[in-house]
Design a protein around this ligand. Structure first.
Ligand SMILES: NC(=O)c1ccc[n+]([C@@H]2O[C@H](COP(=O)([O-])OP(=O)(O)OC[C@H]3O[C@@H](n4cnc5c(N)ncnc54)[C@H](O)[C@@H]3O)[C@@H](O)[C@H]2O)c1
Length: 282
């Protein structure tokens, strides 16, 4: 089945990026969020990102205008799903919320539509089991920030059909990105390995290291393009905590979140999006 319309559900940090790159690749996009304010912010953010791409001479004014024209922001989930051949869910990282969402999507989507989740860590097989047709459910795990990151993990669940997996891999390639297939195990490949390191960076702060020194050491000694704490601030401390908790539950205490991470999330220090994480943002 040819994909022409992509519905993106959830217009937070990830949903807005997925909507942008899909529209840039020529797809019609319906971006939906239960929070109209988030949707407005998402649209402004996409405009801003495209503006920066013009400054870097990556796209033209005309391409920006065409991309924005392809993104609609319907008022209901039903309208967003109508005629979409691919639906990508990017709502909160919570299994119950995602299962409820997939059961709704299952009834709203057309029969052959592919239902994808952008979850960082939750089991695709469990999300798929909330639908009547788990063969059409798959994980398409974009990296943050979506417009800049090349790699995307594609994670079939236990019941996902090979056709759906192939279509998802082709969709990722059509965005100019590179798909990497991963087995449906908590954290898949990239998050599982990276997040243990990020959690360890939080322990280093607990041990008394200055956050700036932790980031500096990783950048100058190991050639990291960005410090781990800066990266946690970008992704969201709540997001890392959610992933660590899921992995701890499923894989054991090796993945126990650092107590400081839990404490900072409780304080509302979620990183860039709240203006404060390991660093402060104006
Ligand atoms: N932030 C990252 O670095 C990152 C990277 C890869 C994957 N992910 C995954 O992507 C997903 C989204 O993460 P995010 O960082 O964009 O989150 P976010 O909190 O920035 O955005 C989530 C959006 O979903 C909306 N939403 C929540 N429930 C909804 C519902 N029932 N219907 C419609 N909209 C709803 C919220 O209003 C919010 O705007 C999560 O599963 C997360 O684990 C995040």
């Amino acid at each position: 089945m040819k994909i022409t319309k992509v519905a993106v559900i959830g217009a937070g940090s990830m949903g807005r990026g997925i909507a942008q790159v899909s529209a840039q690749a020529g797809y019609q996009v319906a971006l939906y969020d239960m929070n109209r304010e988030a949707l407005k912010q998402a649209f402004a953010n996409i405009e801003n990102m495209l503006g920066k791409a013009i400054e870097r001479k990556k796209i033209t004014e005309q391409q920006k205008a065409d991309t924005l024209k392809r993104i609609l922001t319907p008022a209901s989930l039903k309208e967003a799903c109508e005629d979409a051949q691919l639906i990508v869910e990017a709502v909160f990282e919570n299994l119950e919320i995602k299962k409820k969402m997939f059961s709704e999507l299952d009834s709203l989507a057309s029969d052959n539509a592919i239902l994808a989740t952008n979850t960082s860590s939750l089991p695709i097989t469990a999300i798929a089991a909330a639908t009547k047709k788990p063969s059409r459910v798959i994980g398409i795990h974009f990296m943050n920030p979506v417009p800049l990151m090349k790699g995307v993990e594609v994670i079939p669940g236990l019941a996902t059909s090979p056709d759906v997996t192939n279509a998802a891999m082709q969709f990722v390639e059509s965005l100019g990105k590179i798909p990497a297939k991963a087995v449906d195990y908590p954290g898949f490949i990239a998050s599982r390995i990276l997040d243990v390191m990020l959690n360890e960076a939080v322990y280093a702060v607990m041990d008394g290291n200055d956050p700036a020194d932790v980031d500096k050491a990783m950048k100058v000694c190991l050639n990291f393009p960005m410090g781990p704490l800066e990266l946690i601030d970008l992704a969201g401390l709540d997001i890392l905590l959610n992933v660590m908790e899921t992995m701890q539950k499923e894989l054991g205490d090796k993945y126990k979140p650092a107590p400081l991470l839990t404490k900072m999330v409780r304080a509302g220090y979620l990183g860039r999006k709240t203006g404060r994480g390991f660093f402060e943002y104006k």
